[in-house]
Design a protein around this ligand. Structure first.
Ligand code: ZN
Length: 334
Protein backbone atom coordinates (compact mmCIF):
# COMPACT_ATOMS: atom_id res chain seq x y z
CA UNK A 1 0.00 0.00 0.00
CA UNK A 2 1.30 3.40 -0.95
CA UNK A 3 1.01 6.04 1.73
CA UNK A 4 -0.43 9.48 1.09
CA UNK A 5 2.08 12.33 1.43
CA UNK A 6 0.34 13.37 4.71
CA UNK A 7 0.65 9.84 6.09
CA UNK A 8 4.30 9.81 5.05
CA UNK A 9 4.96 13.03 6.98
CA UNK A 10 3.22 11.61 10.06
CA UNK A 11 5.18 8.39 9.80
CA UNK A 12 8.44 10.33 9.52
CA UNK A 13 7.42 12.38 12.58
CA UNK A 14 6.71 9.20 14.51
CA UNK A 15 10.28 8.20 13.61
CA UNK A 16 11.57 11.49 15.05
CA UNK A 17 12.09 13.26 11.73
CA UNK A 18 10.36 16.63 11.66
CA UNK A 19 10.09 18.83 8.59
CA UNK A 20 10.91 22.49 9.19
CA UNK A 21 9.80 24.72 6.31
CA UNK A 22 12.17 27.68 6.13
CA UNK A 23 11.53 30.70 3.86
CA UNK A 24 13.91 31.57 1.03
CA UNK A 25 14.01 34.61 -1.28
CA UNK A 26 14.15 32.29 -4.31
CA UNK A 27 11.47 31.28 -6.82
CA UNK A 28 11.49 27.75 -5.41
CA UNK A 29 9.79 29.00 -2.23
CA UNK A 30 10.39 27.41 1.16
CA UNK A 31 13.14 24.88 1.72
CA UNK A 32 12.60 21.76 3.81
CA UNK A 33 15.07 21.24 6.61
CA UNK A 34 14.65 18.21 8.84
CA UNK A 35 15.09 18.03 12.58
CA UNK A 36 16.20 14.60 13.71
CA UNK A 37 15.23 14.10 17.34
CA UNK A 38 17.87 11.57 18.24
CA UNK A 39 21.30 11.43 19.82
CA UNK A 40 22.93 13.67 18.66
CA UNK A 41 20.16 16.23 18.07
CA UNK A 42 20.55 16.88 14.36
CA UNK A 43 19.46 19.43 11.80
CA UNK A 44 19.58 18.37 8.16
CA UNK A 45 20.12 21.57 6.14
CA UNK A 46 19.66 25.00 7.67
CA UNK A 47 17.90 27.26 5.17
CA UNK A 48 19.41 30.42 3.66
CA UNK A 49 21.34 33.11 5.49
CA UNK A 50 18.65 35.66 6.36
CA UNK A 51 17.07 37.09 9.50
CA UNK A 52 13.70 35.80 8.38
CA UNK A 53 15.01 32.27 7.91
CA UNK A 54 16.77 32.42 11.30
CA UNK A 55 13.58 33.63 13.03
CA UNK A 56 11.56 30.83 11.53
CA UNK A 57 14.19 28.23 12.31
CA UNK A 58 14.24 29.40 15.93
CA UNK A 59 10.44 29.45 16.08
CA UNK A 60 9.99 26.02 14.57
CA UNK A 61 12.69 24.50 16.80
CA UNK A 62 11.19 26.05 19.92
CA UNK A 63 7.74 24.74 18.96
CA UNK A 64 9.35 21.32 19.44
CA UNK A 65 11.02 22.30 22.69
CA UNK A 66 14.50 22.96 21.31
CA UNK A 67 16.66 25.95 20.55
CA UNK A 68 19.45 26.44 18.05
CA UNK A 69 21.94 26.16 20.93
CA UNK A 70 20.81 22.56 21.52
CA UNK A 71 21.80 21.33 18.07
CA UNK A 72 24.72 18.92 18.15
CA UNK A 73 25.08 18.00 14.49
CA UNK A 74 24.25 19.75 11.22
CA UNK A 75 24.15 17.60 8.09
CA UNK A 76 24.42 19.35 4.73
CA UNK A 77 22.80 17.66 1.75
CA UNK A 78 24.46 19.76 -0.95
CA UNK A 79 26.23 22.99 -1.78
CA UNK A 80 23.26 25.24 -2.71
CA UNK A 81 22.78 28.35 -0.60
CA UNK A 82 19.05 27.91 0.04
CA UNK A 83 20.03 24.77 1.97
CA UNK A 84 23.12 25.82 3.88
CA UNK A 85 23.25 29.62 4.26
CA UNK A 86 22.56 29.61 7.99
CA UNK A 87 25.15 26.99 8.85
CA UNK A 88 27.75 29.47 10.11
CA UNK A 89 25.28 31.13 12.48
CA UNK A 90 23.89 27.81 13.69
CA UNK A 91 27.41 26.58 14.46
CA UNK A 92 28.32 29.83 16.25
CA UNK A 93 25.30 29.39 18.54
CA UNK A 94 25.47 25.67 19.08
CA UNK A 95 29.01 24.50 18.45
CA UNK A 96 27.44 21.71 16.41
CA UNK A 97 29.54 19.42 14.25
CA UNK A 98 29.00 19.81 10.50
CA UNK A 99 28.76 16.69 8.35
CA UNK A 100 28.83 16.75 4.55
CA UNK A 101 30.27 14.71 1.73
CA UNK A 102 34.04 15.02 2.12
CA UNK A 103 34.55 15.73 -1.58
CA UNK A 104 32.78 19.08 -1.12
CA UNK A 105 34.49 20.16 2.11
CA UNK A 106 37.11 22.37 0.51
CA UNK A 107 34.59 24.23 -1.62
CA UNK A 108 32.18 24.66 1.26
CA UNK A 109 34.98 26.16 3.36
CA UNK A 110 35.93 28.63 0.62
CA UNK A 111 32.42 29.81 -0.12
CA UNK A 112 33.13 33.34 -1.37
CA UNK A 113 36.06 32.44 -3.63
CA UNK A 114 34.26 29.35 -4.82
CA UNK A 115 31.11 31.29 -5.73
CA UNK A 116 33.22 33.78 -7.65
CA UNK A 117 34.97 30.95 -9.47
CA UNK A 118 31.65 29.26 -10.24
CA UNK A 119 30.28 32.51 -11.72
CA UNK A 120 33.35 32.88 -13.94
CA UNK A 121 32.89 29.30 -15.07
CA UNK A 122 29.19 29.91 -15.82
CA UNK A 123 29.85 33.08 -17.82
CA UNK A 124 32.51 31.31 -19.86
CA UNK A 125 30.20 28.35 -20.49
CA UNK A 126 27.38 30.66 -21.58
CA UNK A 127 29.58 32.63 -23.98
CA UNK A 128 31.04 29.46 -25.48
CA UNK A 129 27.51 28.19 -26.09
CA UNK A 130 26.33 31.30 -27.87
CA UNK A 131 24.54 33.21 -25.13
CA UNK A 132 24.88 36.97 -25.81
CA UNK A 133 27.48 38.66 -23.56
CA UNK A 134 24.95 41.10 -22.07
CA UNK A 135 22.77 38.20 -20.91
CA UNK A 136 25.74 36.28 -19.48
CA UNK A 137 27.00 39.31 -17.55
CA UNK A 138 23.52 40.28 -16.31
CA UNK A 139 23.15 36.79 -14.93
CA UNK A 140 26.49 37.08 -13.17
CA UNK A 141 25.21 40.21 -11.40
CA UNK A 142 22.05 38.38 -10.35
CA UNK A 143 24.12 35.53 -8.96
CA UNK A 144 26.34 37.97 -7.10
CA UNK A 145 23.33 39.69 -5.57
CA UNK A 146 22.25 36.33 -4.12
CA UNK A 147 25.66 35.69 -2.57
CA UNK A 148 24.66 37.11 0.80
CA UNK A 149 22.16 34.30 1.34
CA UNK A 150 25.02 31.84 1.44
CA UNK A 151 27.85 31.32 3.90
CA UNK A 152 30.95 29.26 4.33
CA UNK A 153 30.73 25.94 6.09
CA UNK A 154 33.58 24.27 7.97
CA UNK A 155 32.93 20.57 7.59
CA UNK A 156 34.16 18.90 10.78
CA UNK A 157 32.74 15.51 9.86
CA UNK A 158 33.61 14.75 6.22
CA UNK A 159 31.61 11.79 4.92
CA UNK A 160 32.61 9.09 2.46
CA UNK A 161 30.11 7.71 -0.01
CA UNK A 162 28.47 4.77 1.76
CA UNK A 163 29.56 5.84 5.24
CA UNK A 164 27.22 5.01 8.10
CA UNK A 165 26.22 7.73 10.53
CA UNK A 166 25.19 6.22 13.82
CA UNK A 167 22.61 7.80 16.12
CA UNK A 168 21.12 6.60 19.39
CA UNK A 169 18.07 5.28 17.62
CA UNK A 170 19.04 4.76 13.98
CA UNK A 171 21.74 4.49 11.37
CA UNK A 172 21.79 6.68 8.29
CA UNK A 173 23.86 5.72 5.30
CA UNK A 174 25.30 8.67 3.39
CA UNK A 175 25.09 8.06 -0.37
CA UNK A 176 26.60 10.41 -2.91
CA UNK A 177 24.02 11.05 -5.66
CA UNK A 178 25.43 13.86 -7.80
CA UNK A 179 23.51 15.45 -10.64
CA UNK A 180 21.36 18.31 -9.40
CA UNK A 181 24.63 19.52 -7.90
CA UNK A 182 28.00 17.74 -7.71
CA UNK A 183 27.71 17.36 -3.92
CA UNK A 184 24.16 15.92 -3.65
CA UNK A 185 24.10 13.41 -0.83
CA UNK A 186 21.10 11.39 0.32
CA UNK A 187 20.68 9.75 3.73
CA UNK A 188 19.19 6.29 3.92
CA UNK A 189 17.47 4.76 6.93
CA UNK A 190 17.30 1.19 5.72
CA UNK A 191 15.44 -0.09 8.76
CA UNK A 192 12.57 2.39 8.35
CA UNK A 193 12.89 2.61 4.55
CA UNK A 194 13.05 6.39 4.75
CA UNK A 195 15.32 8.26 2.35
CA UNK A 196 16.19 11.88 3.08
CA UNK A 197 16.92 13.01 -0.45
CA UNK A 198 16.88 16.83 -0.47
CA UNK A 199 16.94 18.13 -4.05
CA UNK A 200 17.95 14.82 -5.59
CA UNK A 201 14.22 14.15 -6.02
CA UNK A 202 11.38 16.64 -5.67
CA UNK A 203 7.75 15.66 -6.24
CA UNK A 204 6.34 18.80 -7.85
CA UNK A 205 9.30 20.03 -9.91
CA UNK A 206 12.08 18.21 -11.72
CA UNK A 207 15.46 18.86 -10.14
CA UNK A 208 17.55 20.88 -12.57
CA UNK A 209 20.83 19.16 -13.33
CA UNK A 210 22.80 22.41 -13.24
CA UNK A 211 26.15 22.35 -14.97
CA UNK A 212 28.90 23.02 -12.52
CA UNK A 213 32.61 22.68 -11.93
CA UNK A 214 33.59 19.26 -10.62
CA UNK A 215 34.29 19.05 -6.89
CA UNK A 216 37.93 18.13 -7.44
CA UNK A 217 38.60 21.66 -8.68
CA UNK A 218 39.40 20.69 -12.25
CA UNK A 219 38.11 23.09 -14.89
CA UNK A 220 36.40 20.46 -17.05
CA UNK A 221 32.63 20.79 -16.69
CA UNK A 222 30.50 17.93 -15.38
CA UNK A 223 28.04 16.04 -17.57
CA UNK A 224 25.37 16.95 -15.07
CA UNK A 225 22.37 15.27 -16.68
CA UNK A 226 24.29 12.10 -17.56
CA UNK A 227 25.42 11.92 -13.94
CA UNK A 228 21.95 12.74 -12.65
CA UNK A 229 20.30 9.96 -14.67
CA UNK A 230 22.82 7.45 -13.28
CA UNK A 231 22.09 8.70 -9.78
CA UNK A 232 18.33 8.43 -10.29
CA UNK A 233 18.73 4.85 -11.56
CA UNK A 234 20.59 3.94 -8.38
CA UNK A 235 17.91 5.51 -6.19
CA UNK A 236 15.23 3.72 -8.21
CA UNK A 237 16.61 0.38 -7.01
CA UNK A 238 16.21 1.30 -3.35
CA UNK A 239 13.25 -0.14 -1.45
CA UNK A 240 12.26 3.25 -0.02
CA UNK A 241 8.76 3.75 1.32
CA UNK A 242 9.15 7.46 1.99
CA UNK A 243 11.42 9.95 0.27
CA UNK A 244 11.75 13.29 2.05
CA UNK A 245 12.59 16.14 -0.31
CA UNK A 246 14.30 19.48 -0.02
CA UNK A 247 11.20 21.26 -1.28
CA UNK A 248 7.51 20.36 -1.17
CA UNK A 249 5.81 17.18 -0.04
CA UNK A 250 7.21 13.70 0.62
CA UNK A 251 7.45 11.29 -2.32
CA UNK A 252 5.56 8.07 -1.70
CA UNK A 253 6.25 6.28 -5.00
CA UNK A 254 9.77 7.17 -6.03
CA UNK A 255 9.94 4.44 -8.70
CA UNK A 256 6.97 5.91 -10.60
CA UNK A 257 8.35 9.42 -10.18
CA UNK A 258 11.81 8.43 -11.45
CA UNK A 259 10.32 6.51 -14.39
CA UNK A 260 8.30 9.58 -15.26
CA UNK A 261 11.38 11.82 -15.10
CA UNK A 262 13.49 9.40 -17.17
CA UNK A 263 10.77 9.27 -19.84
CA UNK A 264 10.59 13.06 -19.88
CA UNK A 265 14.35 13.34 -20.43
CA UNK A 266 14.13 10.76 -23.21
CA UNK A 267 11.43 12.81 -25.00
CA UNK A 268 13.37 16.04 -24.58
CA UNK A 269 16.54 14.37 -25.88
CA UNK A 270 14.72 13.29 -29.08
CA UNK A 271 13.26 16.76 -29.51
CA UNK A 272 16.74 18.26 -29.26
CA UNK A 273 18.12 15.64 -31.63
CA UNK A 274 15.50 16.62 -34.22
CA UNK A 275 16.52 20.29 -33.91
CA UNK A 276 20.21 19.41 -34.33
CA UNK A 277 19.53 17.03 -37.23
CA UNK A 278 17.64 19.81 -39.06
CA UNK A 279 20.66 22.11 -38.83
CA UNK A 280 23.77 22.55 -36.65
CA UNK A 281 22.97 24.82 -33.70
CA UNK A 282 24.60 26.28 -30.61
CA UNK A 283 23.22 25.47 -27.16
CA UNK A 284 21.66 28.92 -27.05
CA UNK A 285 19.97 28.46 -30.42
CA UNK A 286 18.53 25.14 -29.28
CA UNK A 287 17.27 26.72 -26.05
CA UNK A 288 15.62 29.52 -28.03
CA UNK A 289 14.01 27.04 -30.43
CA UNK A 290 12.45 25.26 -27.45
CA UNK A 291 11.64 28.03 -25.00
CA UNK A 292 11.81 31.22 -27.06
CA UNK A 293 13.34 34.24 -25.39
CA UNK A 294 13.26 33.21 -21.74
CA UNK A 295 13.96 35.55 -18.86
CA UNK A 296 17.62 36.35 -18.22
CA UNK A 297 17.47 34.49 -14.91
CA UNK A 298 16.47 31.33 -16.78
CA UNK A 299 19.30 31.49 -19.33
CA UNK A 300 21.76 29.29 -17.43
CA UNK A 301 19.03 26.87 -16.40
CA UNK A 302 17.80 26.32 -19.94
CA UNK A 303 21.36 26.09 -21.26
CA UNK A 304 22.11 23.42 -18.63
CA UNK A 305 19.05 21.50 -19.86
CA UNK A 306 20.15 21.69 -23.48
CA UNK A 307 23.79 20.78 -22.85
CA UNK A 308 22.70 17.93 -20.57
CA UNK A 309 20.61 16.33 -23.29
CA UNK A 310 23.23 17.07 -25.96
CA UNK A 311 25.78 15.24 -23.76
CA UNK A 312 23.53 12.16 -23.88
CA UNK A 313 23.40 12.40 -27.68
CA UNK A 314 27.17 12.90 -27.93
CA UNK A 315 27.74 9.87 -25.68
CA UNK A 316 25.42 7.84 -27.95
CA UNK A 317 27.48 8.91 -30.95
CA UNK A 318 24.51 10.60 -32.67
CA UNK A 319 25.76 14.16 -32.24
CA UNK A 320 29.18 15.79 -32.18
CA UNK A 321 30.43 19.15 -31.02
CA UNK A 322 32.11 21.49 -33.47
CA UNK A 323 34.10 24.49 -32.35
CA UNK A 324 34.87 27.49 -34.55
CA UNK A 325 37.07 28.90 -31.80
CA UNK A 326 34.28 31.10 -30.50
CA UNK A 327 31.08 29.13 -30.22
CA UNK A 328 30.45 25.42 -29.76
CA UNK A 329 27.78 23.99 -32.07
CA UNK A 330 26.15 20.59 -32.18
CA UNK A 331 25.70 18.68 -35.41
CA UNK A 332 24.28 15.26 -36.22
CA UNK A 333 26.83 12.57 -37.08
CA UNK A 334 24.51 10.47 -39.27
ZN1 ZN B 1 19.59 22.62 -4.69
Amino acid sequence: MTLSPEEALRKAEAAGIHRLRIPTPFAVGRVNCYLLEDEPLTLIDTGPNSGKALDELQGQLSARGHSIDDLELVILTHQHIDHLGLVEIVVQHSGAEVAAIGLAAKRLANFAEDAEEEDRFAVDLMLRNGIPPEVAHALKSVSRSFRGWGAKAEVTRPLDDGEQLRFGDRTLEALHRPGHSPSDTVFWDEERRILIAADHLIAHISSNPLISRPLDGSSQRTQALVTYIESMRRTREMPAEIVLSGHGEPIVDHVALIDDRLAKHERRKEKIYALIAAQPRSGYEIAQAIWGNVAVTQAFLTLSEVIGHADLLVNEGRVRETDDGEVIRYEATG
